[in-house]
Design a protein around this ligand. Structure first.
Ligand SMILES: N[C@@H](CCC(=O)N[C@@H](CS)C(=O)NCC(=O)O)C(=O)O
Length: 220
């Protein structure tokens, strides 16, 4: 099999990059990584240099021989197909459908939360006020997590028991709720601890803490 190469943004800020990286590292899938520095000028993205990696001009991007995948969820689906033995989706079809629904809801929703509470891996936790729209996003996320945990989570600490792509998709939200000290219930808080305690997450965090770059627009 040809080598996998994952292009990612700054580990401290690039929430989309964390998703495939975390799942691949956790599942012990070998890959080479290249960190491309993201920058913003305060008036919008200035990341034209990303166009050499994908026509969308965004990261993450996965290269595998002639195959080129430039969306976090598409990358996760691709590696789940390449490595079916790693259990990146639940085995049972109905459970898998529910896990895919959770992953897709994360991918397509929660715009207020994303805009107001950016991922910032190394930030020390402290509370920030959030809008009603962001609060509604938090409530829906907690409802989704708790339903997955109570319906499917008996065999482990993750949404579907063992780690799955659904958890990879929500990992940046775990960082956001934790660093901005957003009030949530004990079950959701235990789920966040499970994700943020993963050895793969801690490895990502160490690398994020070592990065010298500070993006003012992403700091709150
Ligand atoms: N739908 C894409 C979105 C990726 C995305 O927005 N990535 C951000 C970094 S976290 C980016 O590349 N931003 C650069 C820009 O917008 O100029 C995915 O899921 O991979």
């Amino acid at each position: 099999m040809s080598a996998l190469k994952l292009i990612i943004g700054n580990k401290n800020y690039s929430s989309w990059s964390l998703r495939p990286w975390l799942a691949m590292r956790h599942a012990e899938i070998a890959f080479e990584e290249e960190v491309v520095r993201l920058d913003f000028d305060g008036e919008g993205p200035t990341n034209n240099h990303l166009k050499v990696y994908s026509p969308a001009g965004k990261v993450p991007v996965l290269f595998h021989g002639d195959t080129h995948v430039w969306d976090s969820l598409a990358i996760l689906e691709y590696v789940a197909e390449l490595y079916p033995d790693r259990g990146l989706w639940p085995k049972d079809r109905a459970t898998r459908a529910r896990a895919r629904t959770a992953a897709c809801e994360m991918h397509s929703s929660f715009t207020a939360l994303r805009a107001e509470l950016p991922m910032n891996v190394r930030r020390a936790p402290s509370r920030v006020p959030c809008s009603e729209a962001a609060q509604a996003d938090v409530e829906r996320i907690v409802e989704l997590w708790n339903a997955c945990r109570s319906d499917y989570g008996n065999d482990g600490p993750f949404l579907f028991g063992g780690f799955s792509i659904a958890d990879a998709m929500f990992a940046p939200v775990c960082n956001r709720l934790s660093i901005y000290d957003i009030p949530i219930d004990a079950a959701a808080s235990a789920y966040i601890d499970a994700v943020l305690g993963m050895p793969a997450y801690l490895e990502w965090k160490d690398a994020a803490e070592a990065e010298p770059w500070i993006i003012d627009a992403e700091e709150r």
